[in-house]
Design a protein around this ligand. Structure first.
Ligand code: PHE
Length: 337
């Protein structure tokens, strides 16, 4: 055998050490570790074995030093092999510690808020009669909240104490948080030609003191139908259909004379619920002046509109005595619906 210098023997040992430790320390699975073990420590053709064979090719004087280096390499690789085995065994044990057959913890699935449930239900019922759901802005101008609805400058409904006006630049008409969803009647009629059937559900704002039946923010359902020949009888039929479908069973609707600047005649309507008449909202035939204000011809079309409180009908349906409970976000309350 040709002689090998101690220097090249040692550099071979060094290379083997670096590669072996790297392979063993990074082995992430049993089969990687086994491959590394065979490559470096395999009994027949492992790298350690071939280095050991080269020992015999060193000059006799170099053999003791070469032997020492070889033994150090062998110890280092053996230790790294054991460390890697321990590490992989620990990973495997941790994986076994998760018993995938355990039934698991029950977890609570949320659901839609009762007010949103009510809104969706009303939209669904009205859609069966061909009423399309539309939206309008919550920040309104005076035209849509008042003027186009024939609520003149002197009307008490415009009182700053009864509305949330927003501060605007001096001279401009102040905007406000809409006090009713009737604004959407105007916005839609300005955009579309009759016939139309729309329903709009959304938030309205009035500076009321919060109590069991009032809150400074609440929701309204606004319905509007404009067609040739629409009458109060159609209004009553639609409201009765809505009430019966929403509350279930045969619900009766009652009209009481009332006044709204934008409907003529105007009514308050009640539903019979549990043997009692419950006030639900306002309604009426759209005033011809309103139709004219949006460019419709009151001689060829007529319409009806109604507005009712979402909290009120939700409270009826779910038997809730205090509407403030809808806003407290107490899951013990909300999870009942
Ligand atoms: N907007 C009215 C209110 O908030 C209700 C209403 C709507 C009355 C539509 C008539 C027609 O009190």
């Amino acid at each position: 055998m040709a002689t090998v210098s101690l220097e090249s023997f040692c550099s071979e040992i060094e290379r083997c050490r670096v590669e072996a430790l790297c392979a063993l320390e990074t082995a992430a699975a049993e089969e990687h570790l086994e491959r590394a073990r065979v490559e470096f420590a395999g009994a027949r053709s492992g790298r350690l074995k071939s280095i050991q064979k080269q020992l015999g090719a060193l000059e006799a004087a170099d053999r003791p030093a070469g032997g020492r280096h070889f033994n150090e390499l062998k110890t280092a690789i053996t230790a790294a092999l054991e460390a890697a085995q321990t590490r992989l065994a620990r990973v495997a044990a941790a994986a076994d510690a998760i018993d995938v057959t355990l039934p698991g913890q029950p977890f609570r699935i949320g659901h839609v808020h009762p007010i949103t449930q009510t809104i969706r239900r009303v939209q669904e019922i009205m859609s069966r009669l061909g009423f399309e759901s539309v939206d309008g802005p919550e920040v309104e101008d005076q035209w849509h909240n008042f003027e186009a609805l024939a609520i003149g400058a002197e009307h008490p409904a415009r009182d700053p104490l009864d509305n949330f006006y927003l501060a605007v630049a001096h001279g401009a008409d102040p905007l406000l948080l809409r006090s009713q969803t009737s604004t959407v009647q105007i916005r839609i009629m300005e955009q579309r030609k009759p016939p139309l059937r729309i329903v709009s559900l959304g938030r309205v704002y009035r500076p009321d003191t919060a109590d069991a039946t009032h809150y400074p923010m609440f929701h309204q359902v606004e319905g509007l139908l404009v067609e040739p020949g629409a009458t109060m009888a159609d209004l009553k039929g639609v409201l009765r259909f809505l009430a019966s479908s929403f509350l279930g069973g045969d619900v009766h609707v009652r009209f009481r004379p009332s006044f709204f600047p934008f409907t003529e005649p105007s009514v308050e309507f009640d539903m019979e619920w549990g043997g009692r008449w419950v006030e639900m909202g306002g309604a009426g035939m759209v005033d011809p002046a309103v139709l004219a204000a949006v460019g419709y011809d009151p001689a060829t079309v007529s319409g009806f509109a109604f507005g009712l409180g979402v909290e009120r009908i939700a409270a009826r349906r779910y038997g809730v005595a205090d509407i403030r409970d809808f806003y407290r976000n107490d899951v013990r309350f909300l999870q009942q619906f």
